[in-house]
Design a protein around this ligand. Sequence first.
Ligand code: BGC
Length: 440
Amino acid sequence: MPTASFHFPRGFLWGTAGAAHQVEGNNNNNNWSDWEKQPGRMLGGATAGLACDWWNGRWREDLDRAAEIGTNAHRMSVEWSRIQPTPDRWDEFAIDRYREILRGMSQRGITPMVTLHHFTEPYWITEQGGWENDQVVPAFEKFVRKTVEALKEYCSLWCTINEPNVYATMGYVTGEFPPGKHSITSALLVVKNMVRAHAAAYTAIHTIQNTARVGPAPQYRGLLPRRSWLPPEVWVANLQSNLFNNMFTQPLLTGKMPWPARYRIPEARGTFDFIGINYYTIEQVTLNLARPNDLFSTRGWREGVELSPTGFIANEPEGLFQAIQWGRQFNVPIIITENGVEDPEDSFRRKYLLQHIHQVWRAVNFTWPVKGYFHWSLTDNFEWERAWSQRFGLWEVFPDTQVRRKRPSASMYAEIIKENGISTDIVSRYAPDLVPLLFP
Ligand code: BGC
């Protein structure tokens, strides 16, 4: 059999990603801990509880795992409600713990990327109207200043806000995330305040740390018409894509939100040193006049595409290539800040991972500036309203005992990192079916 290797540039960031509320445990002062107490909000009434027990120190063993597979980067988030439990108080103990974790990363040769907002905010922010209230912007900026000042010794790669588009959609349109609203007007207002908060954070971080590289991490999701020959279906699909993929990001290029929001946010223009992209899947949009609340459409998967075990993600690797192509308009380095799949048995993940990394390589091969890939996630963690029903980890976690078990994908990722690329040898051992597809 002929052999080949698809190599990545030297210094490429091979990482994993996680978020505070999903791994720390005992977070009881934010919008999600409140949400988890409300009947009917969480699958099976679950609460994050100990999550992955990072706050009690289990971050050490998990970072050992990240180092064991050779990753050179990890994306984590800080919990605003720990650092600023009430509007007038900073918790220096919590800040010290974050310093310790970041120091732990550098001791293991792992470059940290810190996300400043990953779906959670202090409950006192919720009580003040959350992201619909303009006052959240100066509040977030204040928190960012304090945090960056305190952590700048250990981190210079900052993600301002994780998936503002998912936060606004799930929290304010579908109602699956807190605060559980169903209002497009509110969602647009939230996005506006997130753009303003991002811009304020960008400027603040640069005044504190001149080596900082700051960017957002929106999710990019392909939203394609089922029938490309049917103009109203194409129109609806494009509208949905524009709302989801461009509402937050376009003002960073033009200083204003696209139709139908049209808010002007001139200070947002150019506020990014890199663009983070979280990519999971593509959805297909079908015109459905009976569903005005869903913009006259239903969403589904493309015919014949393979689905993840809980049917949450369709394996659409070319969508990652398209996402990167979309990211090129920003003209700055691109980092894949999340990509992964839920798969408890690890029968699907190896294939998904290889095919997606292959698409990243294709982009790199066109000399598009992709600088890193962060796999979601290092270990299984608390998957929001879906709790532990979805397992995204390279390591399995048994939440009751906090025991971890390495999945084969972790070993495969280690080999990819060591090779700094994917080879026929790796593919033929971990996902032999893919050999003819990736190495025709
Ligand atoms: C979020 C993560 C989440 C992952 C898988 C992303 O939308 O940023 O927090 O765990 O998807 O559901």
